[in-house]
Design a protein around this ligand. Structure first.
Ligand SMILES: Cc1ncc(COP(=O)(O)O)c(C=O)c1O
Length: 509
């Protein structure tokens, strides 16, 4: 253990030790204060004096101050999607704060995108460097004017974290952008292959028809995605997103194929044969669609766990089958790790759980990486001419530097292994809860997948609302799933608070 590790991981200062006696939630309109029993594990916090000992609820949420601010905000932006007005200056670690003094344990983490906790001291330091300041005020158009040390920044950060077998990256700005550009790379790759290689030029007909948005220049090709999958909301990605109609309605879409994602039954060990058959059927459907869809399929895009669509899992065998099948059919496999990537499943990349015989062709990332883009290895995935895959910013050096600091911190604190371990503990506690309240914690899923755990609740939206009143910020997905997306600094002591609040919710009705 380095000196810094000892300092940051040690049992903490006396004040921390004294403080970690009990976690408290004070609720509005309640005479008594809620006390959580906290195990001795509470002393093993990653950073001393960093986060509170537990949630505090002082008002209803939104409280009076928040309501005033929201009313003002609504005059200039549409606030209907607002979940909780947040005071980021007061949020710390696993806890999110609001202007009314409420502090909630946050297992939603900005839609699964905060890796190391709010106001992480090491990231704050990384944010205050000259490199970072230069990146902020001299934001480069990376494709045209890359910083002189860009290769080094990538190699020591984004590429240091690259999935096995992938050694190149195209940097983008968000999850949708990462997927959208990966699809474009797939289309250009396919047409280049069909034309006979990178040196075969476009025909005059291709060039002129492209300007009319017509074939053959605008190639009638497709990306295959899965029912209930989510890949973003830009034009191309939205055509592969199949989670909810409200995301898609009124927007022109490509006529691209979708296959059934296996719908596994739980508990897995009681439905092994049925589930294997569902996965086999899904693979056959993919194969059939690739063989028959009128717009040739260039790539299959898949999430390791369908997240927005309801936390739907499939087995490693299914994904190995998909890899094999796409290889046989000469179709690319794009693994969308926008939500699953960066440690939350107990592996840095969720597809490491699959033991693939050969890597995916592209892996897209964003969210907890803060940076975004797609990894690849095959040089043929670089288009044959410059400016075919291009935009002004092409990512952001600031985010690349931040991801580098995140990767270093994840490594230093061994946070992937930590998350696998805490996930195991949390899953065990949820299993107990599900035994006691089977109707409230249905289809518990995510065993062995770190803290990437979910269950279905028949009154899901009420469950999420009630959680806030008890000091917990938690998210849903799909029709009825409650999804857990804690940060990588989530510990067993936080799991204890989470489980206690969830039990309280279901006991309350
Ligand atoms: C798996 C997956 N892909 C893509 C996206 C889109 O990312 P963004 O919202 O950053 O565009 C999301 C967002 O939730 C996602 O979960």
């Amino acid at each position: 253990m380095t000196a810094l590790q000892t300092l940051l991981r040690g049992s903490g200062s006396a004040s921390v030790r004294a403080a970690v006696v009990a976690s408290r939630v004070s609720r509005p309109h309640a005479a008594s204060r809620r006390c959580f029993s906290v195990s001795p594990r509470a002393l093993s916090s990653f950073y001393p004096n960093w986060e509170p000992n537990g949630p505090t609820v002082k008002t209803e949420i939104p409280g009076p101050k928040s309501r005033d601010i929201i009313a003002d905000l609504d005059k200039v932006v549409d606030t209907r999607s607002l979940n909780m007005l947040t005071d980021y200056t007061k949020s710390s670690g696993n806890y999110i704060a609001d202007p009314d003094g409420n502090v909630l344990l946050d297992v939603y983490a900005q839609i699964a995108s905060i890796p190391l906790g709010y106001n992480n001291p090491v990231l704050r330091k990384a944010a205050a460097t000259d490199d970072m300041i230069s990146g902020i005020i001299n934001r480069p158009a990376i494709g045209n004017f890359p910083p002189h040390d860009w290769a080094e920044t990538l190699r020591s950060g984004i590429l240091k974290a690259a999935p096995k077998g992938l050694n190149q990256v195209f940097t983008a700005m968000a999850g949708s952008d990462a997927n959208e550009t990966a699809y474009k790379a797939a289309f250009m790759w396919r047409r280049q292959r069909d034309r006979g290689g990178p040196d075969v030029d476009f025909t005059p007909e291709e060039l002129s028809s492209a300007m009319e948005n017509k074939a053959p220049g605008s190639a009638p090709l497709s990306i295959l995605s899965f029912r209930t999958g989510f890949h973003g909301r830009l034009f191309g990605t939205l055509s592969t997103t199949r989670s909810k109609p409200i995301h898609k309605i009124d927007i022109p879409a490509f006529d691209w194929p979708q296959a059934t994602f296996p719908q596994l039954k739980y508990p897995l060990d009681q439905h092994a044969a049925e589930n294997a058959a569902a996965e086999q059927a899904a693979l056959q459907e993919v194969d059939h669609l690739i063989a028959t869809h009128p717009q040739p399929v260039c790539a299959v895009v898949v999430e390791p766990v369908q997240s927005e669509g309801g936390d739907n899992h499939a087995s490693p065998a299914f994904f190995r089958g998909l890899r094999e099948l796409t290889k046989q059919r000469g179709v690319l496999l794009i693994v969308d790790e926008v939500q699953t990537g960066v440690g939350a499943t107990g592996r840095f990349w969720a597809h490491e759980h699959w033991d693939l015989p050969s890597p995916p062709d592209m892996v897209t990332f964003s969210k907890k990486a803060q940076a975004a883009g797609y990894y690849y290895a095959d040089p043929a995935l670089r288009p044959n001419k410059p400016y075919r895959q291009f935009n002004t910013w092409m990512g952001d050096p600031v985010r690349a530097l931040l991801f580098r600091a995140i990767v270093d911190e994840v490594e230093r604190l061994d946070l992937v292994r930590h998350t696998a371990k805490v996930g195991e503990y949390l899953y065990g506690r949820l299993e107990e809860l599900a035994k006691r309240y089977p109707g409230e914690f249905q289809n518990l899923r995510g065993k062995g997948m770190g803290t990437f755990i979910a269950f279905d609740n028949p009154r899901r939206d009420e469950f999420l609302r009630k959680a806030k009143t008890l000091g917990l910020n938690i998210g849903g997905c799909g029709e009825s799933a409650v999804r857990l997306r804690p940060m990588l600094v989530f510990e067993e002591k936080h799991a204890d608070i989470l489980v206690e609040v969830m039990e309280k919710i279901v006991k309350s009705w």
